[in-house]
Design a protein around this ligand. Sequence first.
Ligand SMILES: Nc1ncnc2c1ncn2[C@@H]1O[C@H](COP(=O)(O)OP(=O)(O)OP(=O)(O)O)[C@@H](O)[C@H]1O
Length: 265
Amino acid sequence: MAAENLMMRNPETSDHKMIARDVSVYYGEAQALKNVDLDIGRNEVTSLIGPSGCGKSTFLRCLNRMNDVIDGCRVVGDITLDGHDIYDTKLDVVQLRARVGMVFQKPNPFPKSIYDNIAYGPRIHGLGEAKSDTDEIVERSLTRAGLWNEVKDRLDKPGTGLSGGQQQRLCIARAIAVNPEVILMDEPCSALDPIATAKIEELIDELRQNFTIVIVTHSMQQAARVSQKTAFFHLGDLVECGDTQQLFTNPNDERTQGYITGRFG
Ligand SMILES: Nc1ncnc2c1ncn2[C@@H]1O[C@H](COP(=O)(O)OP(=O)(O)OP(=O)(O)O)[C@@H](O)[C@H]1O
């Protein structure tokens, strides 16, 4: 579908926050994703699953143009956010990444205080010029990430001094602080213990009321717990995407069946 056509749609009437059409990605000569069509539902969680190397992270990075920073990586096809082409050459990529935030596999707080980890993004984007505004953004973001009560008495201490699970919630708070609409999460729990993982999963469920979330996960159990839609990738193809429950109980494609029953992966 041409981007022009999508831009004529009324974004508020579409259930889909982001739409990918015919997206292929190449690293040099090697094709990592093949003609992917995927609709990302508004205010829901979409999980991307599939065997290692199938292209999940590559697809996730297409959604906020993080592949732009990888040498030799080429993305073709159309991806829209509320009907607008995110690969438009006139688009400000920094603004796009504020609207489509990202949380990585390994918690990566800045080597700064807890407060400054959150305040940094809003300051760059001109939100919260006054100290009182920044204070409010910091409190609100930490509260929404379920971390405020644990850190409110040590906001001036380094973010890197928190536990792994707290650091990951700090990174989620940092992503939230610039008012994104979409949050991309690349295996956000893979470095965490089961209790910290459960907290992040609960948080994801709460966050979807206000944000659209796309999560890459190796854990089918996690996909089943947190997401409303699941997309199964295999060798660069998007095999199928559907309601999570249906995909896990009654998939359409035998490759999906093979993966969820553990025959490969
Ligand atoms: N920076 C890169 N340069 C070259 N090839 C890459 C690069 N990143 C990924 N690839 C290749 O693209 C393909 C898809 O990789 P990708 O990381 O997207 O898969 P994935 O499904 O997220 O894998 P995993 O579950 O192991 O993280 C793989 O063949 C991988 O080797």
